[in-house]
Design a protein around this ligand. Sequence first.
Ligand SMILES: NC(=O)c1ccc[n+]([C@@H]2O[C@H](COP(=O)([O-])OP(=O)(O)OC[C@H]3O[C@@H](n4cnc5c(N)ncnc54)[C@H](OP(=O)(O)O)[C@@H]3O)[C@@H](O)[C@H]2O)c1
Length: 327
Amino acid sequence: MGWGVRALVQPSVGGPGVMGVGDVAVPVAGVGEVLVKVGAAGVNFADVMQTRGTYDGGPTPPYVAGFEAAGEVVALGEGVTGVAVGEHVIGTGAGAFAEYVVMPADAAVPVPAGWSDEEALGLVLNWATALVSLRPLGQLKAGDAVLIHAAAGGVGQAAVQIAKHYGATVIGTASAAKHDVVRRLGADHVVDYRTADLVAEVRRLTNGRGADIVLESVGGDTFRRSVEVARRVTGKVVVIGAAAGEASITNWELNFKHPVHVIGQHLTTTIQQAPELFAQVLAELNELITAGVYPPGRPTVYDLADGPKALQELEARATVGKIALKP
Ligand SMILES: NC(=O)c1ccc[n+]([C@@H]2O[C@H](COP(=O)([O-])OP(=O)(O)OC[C@H]3O[C@@H](n4cnc5c(N)ncnc54)[C@H](OP(=O)(O)O)[C@@H]3O)[C@@H](O)[C@H]2O)c1
């Protein structure tokens, strides 16, 4: 294969607005990789960061955008076992906003039986991210108070459902227009972080104890608030994102002022450096699917050509839940 296929190309670090449709060659599956005919590609906040050059280790322009896709395996690279041509997989691979993408076989997971490609989006990047952060790393248990930032977002919605299923009291943060969505998912409280005093509100809702787990994806000034509201001594702040930018905390503060656990989590690193943990998380996700706790996804679907608009909306905090692009 080598004919031109439709793809979204990012020409510079000028943000989502400069991304455009282009013609690219079909990629070739290398050692340990599979070639996937994309049924639906998933849009993630990291796509926005990549267009601005703020995603550590991200691609250098010009590049084919996107890194999450679900579709049919059409070719196997050398040494690939455990996945066959014709199977549908969901996973991560550079250049997913295109008709074809190559992904490492170890990052490709079977689309759940009976689900469409579109419905499977988010299984790895949203649900596995939320589950690994809350359970093995956050040590979530029944009765915990869990603060979930961006609770109406892709990762956030998964996290709310997982935390509720395991018996937590969930406090979500979201822009005011998204509160109904977060409540419908089962959150006990929703805070508009733009108008409320988040620290005072979480302390009030937890009878002064603070949150046992904070799923921290916002960063910037919010990171400090997350550390302040974590329960002293045992509270865990699981850092998975930096949508509002970098923030820091000193060893002195962790020692004297905020004796809490700050835990970093990056899914690509988890898949590569802790494959047994990732496998355990996937097995638990399968149980959640079987139990109906994790239902098929219902993303908002855009045509591939409208991808730049979708990314602009994601950057502007105007989206709710998962977004999909159809090539
Ligand atoms: N570590 C990992 O492995 C991993 C994997 C996947 C995602 N992530 C991270 O998880 C977070 C959520 O990702 P997602 O793809 O599911 O996106 P998303 O939550 O669907 O969208 C981002 C949301 O974050 C909120 N937000 C708060 N401050 C923001 C700011 N300054 N700029 C933009 N948005 C802001 C907005 O919701 P409100 O308007 O309701 O506040 C916005 O809708 C991101 O930080 C992402 O990088 C990490």
